[in-house]
Design a protein around this ligand. Structure first.
Ligand SMILES: [Zn+2]
Length: 433
């Protein structure tokens, strides 16, 4: 057991097990929390012995304290899309039709609905034991003032033609300024920069956004290699994005003839292949491309359920796991998936793995993807429970078992109904009814 300096007051949470990180569990286990941070983490006996006098004690028999889950790719202001009768709309067969639906929503959504969407999605995320998100900023920045999750909020820029680059850059810069003010009042929120995709952000804007992120020392997140229309457009300027998406929004991209370089080379030239760059989806990439992007410092967030829902294929989970390329998992928005369950996302990734690793070992790695690697991908603290780390954790039903088998059962059996408590920065953010 390791310990940080004593604090005056706090709480000791004890449970049948503590998962301090994917590599370390203690049974029975405990964490002592003060001032929003972990003060002690280890066996219940050690923590209780070392905890300062006067700490409150909360006991959770039959439960495991686990690091808060990290849902590294969400859009919490995008709602479930329903018809007038409130029935879920089926996801269109064509990914371009899907993008057009999101554009229509964004143009037509009542401004007041966005904060409500955000609050209900944030509450849903917490109910699954999620404490941390990688959020693509919605149109309304005001709800991030009260964001109850630890969040990297990426201000998004979209603009393909060179002449719009300076205007979009100014908008993103203003959004970053606003997010930095929000962060001064709500330290759970940290800003980031998101060039939307390579088919919606032209080279001039891409370079400008990369420079902005570098100048401010902020991470950047980019949707990459999500669909076959994207790949077609980037290779020669053709396909559905040229023939249907851009005409539908009244923009001429006939001048674009493709990137003319590999994706890793293009990102490197634009200044977006470095530590602190997060690539979302990464479905349509060959293994050497994934390896080159990783060698350049990029990290990845995979969203297997969203990709399946859109018929976009599947990320190469086997390669990421077997080549030991760290990756995070994300649900994407409620417009694409039925719920914001990282547990379901882990199960989705589990079903895609075709390598030789034992299932139980794989499940431990997927849990690491949703905790430690998720936090690292977002450049945020947490993902493990150790002295000095934020007190971001969840308390879930302990499925039993030891070693890797525990992680297999945890991943297999856990969902919202098993989450008893979610704590962010030492404060209860969700408690089961
Ligand atoms: Zn997305």
């Amino acid at each position: 057991m390791k310990s940080a300096p004593d604090r005056q007051q706090g709480v000791v949470y004890t449970a049948s097990r503590l998962v301090a990180e994917a590599g370390a569990t203690f049974s029975p286990g405990a964490v002592a929390v003060a001032d929003g941070s972990v003060l002690l983490a280890g066996t219940a006996a050690d923590v209780l012995r070392a905890a300062p006098a006067g700490f409150h004690r909360m006991e959770f028999p039959g439960a495991a304290i686990v690091p808060g889950l990290v849902n590294a790719h969400v859009h919490l202001q995008i709602p479930r899309f329903t018809d007038d009768a409130g029935m879920a709309l089926p996801i269109p067969n064509s990914f371009v039709d899907w993008i057009l639906r999101v554009i229509a929503w964004r143009l037509g959504a009542p401004p007041a609905s966005l904060a409500g969407n955000f609050r209900s999605a944030a509450a849903e995320a917490l109910s699954f034991g999620t404490t941390t998100v990688g959020e693509i900023a919605g149109p309304d920045l005001s709800p991030y003032d009260g964001c109850p999750l630890r969040a990297r909020v990426f201000a998004e820029g979209i603009g393909f033609a060179p002449h719009v680059a300076s205007e979009v850059l100014a908008l993103v810069g203003a959004a970053i300024d606003r997010l930095e003010k929000i962060s001064a009042g709500n330290p759970l929120v940290q800003a980031g920069v998101s060039p939307h995709t390579l088919y919606t952000v032209g080279e001039r804007l891409l370079r400008s956004l990369a420079e902005l992120a570098a100048a401010k020392g902020l991470p950047a997140c980019l949707h990459l290699a999500e669909s076959t229309p994207e790949t077609a457009f980037l290779s020669d300027g053709g396909g559905e994005i040229a023939s249907r998406l851009y005409p539908a929004v009244g923009k001429d991209v006939s001048w674009f003839r493709g990137l003319g370089r590999t994706i890793p080379a293009y990102l490197a030239e634009a200044g977006l292949l470095r530590e602190g760059v997060l690539l979302a989806h990464a479905v349509h990439l060959a293994r050497p491309e994934i390896d080159a992007l990783r060698a350049g410092g990029a990290r990845f967030v995979l969203c297997p359920r969203s990709n399946a829902a859109h018929g976009n294929g599947a990320p190469d989970v086997t390669h990421f796991v077997d080549a030991k390329i760290p990756f995070a998992l994300g649900t994407d928005s409620l417009g694409s998936v039925a719920d914001l369950s990282p547990w379901e996302e882990m199960r989705g990734a589990r079903s895609l793995y075709k390598g030789k690793k034992k299932d139980a070992v794989l499940c431990r790695e997927l849990f690491r993807a949703c905790t430690e690697h998720g936090a690292a991908a977002l450049g945020l603290p947490g993902g493990i429970l150790a002295p000095g780390e934020p007190a971001d954790f969840s308390i879930v039903d302990d499925p039993g078992g030891d070693g890797d088998r525990f992680f297999r059962d945890l991943v297999e059996k856990t969902d919202r109904a098993n989450v008893r408590l979610t704590v962010v920065a030492g404060r209860t953010a969700h408690a089961a009814a």
